[in-house]
Design a protein around this ligand. Structure first.
Ligand code: CA
Length: 414
């Protein structure tokens, strides 16, 4: 019997970006996601080079320790390859890529990770994030300067502290070994999924969609439904009890599935202009979200910049508040003076009186007051006029109100 495919890889350019800088790989034992960066040229090249180089480590290993070592070496080799490529193509300077990879060995897996792509484990209905983001905001969270909730909406949430690229000859790579259980789903994804789709939504999709391919497709669709401002890549691995290889031929998705195109660079640049015009904020925002780590000095500078931004925000809020209060006060005043241009005839202390204003009250505030009292006793009026006065008689103007009083006075025989 042919084994059911237990893994899937899906990548989508998203709704805003002009090219897909993500790469993904689902092989026999090895699975990875790489999210490239490098401005107008380079991001797609970086993730594709890294994905292809690391995929060479897709093999059976005698132990999880061996797999962990092989995976780490593969990431280091990919880092060296990126540096060599930049050396030969200086226009690619500054390109880099995240990598999150797992390599299965029996009922264990080795993991290697750098950047802000993520590995999640879905087990017993519960989703757990396994990797830690190597981001500026995660560092702020770790040092207690902001909360995880603030990090999720922080303007610099995509700024990376560690990547593979031409910057660091010895990149700091997280590695670990985990046990797997039949029924586990391991998900690797780029931030194009995790930044836009809530964990609860991811969890419910993994809980309800049976096949790996169906669930991966559904997750990518979820990101597209949220506008997909970024490239989005999902690699899903279902753990069955065989501990064996997945049932699909090794598959690359995203940039790694395309021929490398940095040799003739002319096709890359002009494409971006229309998207920039249509979505100036969304298209330009992701471009300045990556930087080459230059040590703690730069970090301090970023923190100081955030403080300045917070101060500016407070001042803007104060100005908005003052303007809002002034606007409300102005509206109230205008409304009140409108009511005071109206008159009516009614009863006050048993006598007919001319009131200025309207009969409504707002809470304790009466919008009318006696403008002119008269000597006419309400009880001296005919039953009909008494009723009219008690119910109040609207006047078009002060003159009209005084005329009404005259008529009542004449009818009463005063
Ligand atoms: Ca991304």
């Amino acid at each position: 019997m042919a084994p059911t495919p237990t893994s899937a890889a899906v990548s989508h350019v998203g709704r805003i970006r002009a090219n897909n800088q993500d790469s993904g790989y689902a092989g026999a034992h090895l699975f990875l996601v790489a999210d490239g960066m490098g401005g107008h040229a380079g991001g797609d090249v970086a993730s594709a080079i890294a994905a292809k180089r690391i995929a060479e480590a897709d093999a059976e290993y005698p132990s999880a320790r061996d797999a962990e070592f092989a995976l780490q070496q593969a990431l280091i080799a990919a880092n060296a390859m990126l540096a060599e490529t930049v050396f030969e193509h200086s226009e690619l300077t500054g390109m880099g890529t995240t990598v999150s990879a797992i390599l299965r060995v029996g009922h264990q897996l080795a993991l290697a990770h750098i950047g802000d792509s993520r590995v999640y484990r879905f087990r017993g209905g519960e989703l757990t994030q396994i990797t830690a983001d190597h981001t500026f905001v995660q560092r702020l969270v770790d040092s207690g300067r902001i909360t995880p909730e603030e990090a999720a909406v922080h303007p610099r949430r995509s700024v990376l502290m560690r990547v593979l690229g031409d910057v660091d000859a010895a990149p700091e790579i997280d590695t670990a070994i985990f046990d797997t259980k039949p029924g586990d789903r391991w998900m690797l994804c780029s931030d194009g999924l995790s930044s836009y789709v809530a964990d609860e939504k991811i969890q419910s999709i993994l809980a309800t969609v049976r096949t790996a391919q169906g669930a991966a497709d559904r997750l990518v669709k979820e990101s597209l439904d949220h506008g997909a401002p970024d490239n989005v890549t999902v690699v899903l691995v279902d753990i069955d009890d065989s501990g064996g290889a997945s049932g699909i031929p090794p598959t690359f998705v995203g940039s790694a599935a395309m021929p490398l195109s940095y040799e003739n660079d002319t096709s890359r640049r002009p494409i971006r202009l229309p998207t920039l015009l249509l979505h100036p904020l969304k298209a330009t925002l992701p471009e300045d979200t990556h930087f080459e780590p230059e040590g703690e000095g730069y970090l301090e500078e970023l923190i100081e910049e955030d403080r300045r931004r917070a101060r500016r925000r407070r001042i803007v809020w104060l100005v908005v508040l003052v303007l809002a209060v002034a606007a409300i006060a102005g509206a109230v005043l205008a409304g009140y003076s409108w009511t005071q241009s109206h008159y009516y005839v009614g009863e006050s202390d048993g006598r007919v009186a001319v009131y200025q204003g309207v009969q409504q009250t707002i809470g304790p505030i009466h919008l009318s007051s006696v403008y002119q009292a008269t000597r006419i006793e309400v009880s001296s009026l005919s039953a009909y006029n008494q009723q009219s006065v008690e119910a109040t008689i609207n006047a078009d103007s002060l003159r009209d109100a005084l005329d009404i009083v005259d008529r009542l006075s004449t009818a009463a025989g005063g």
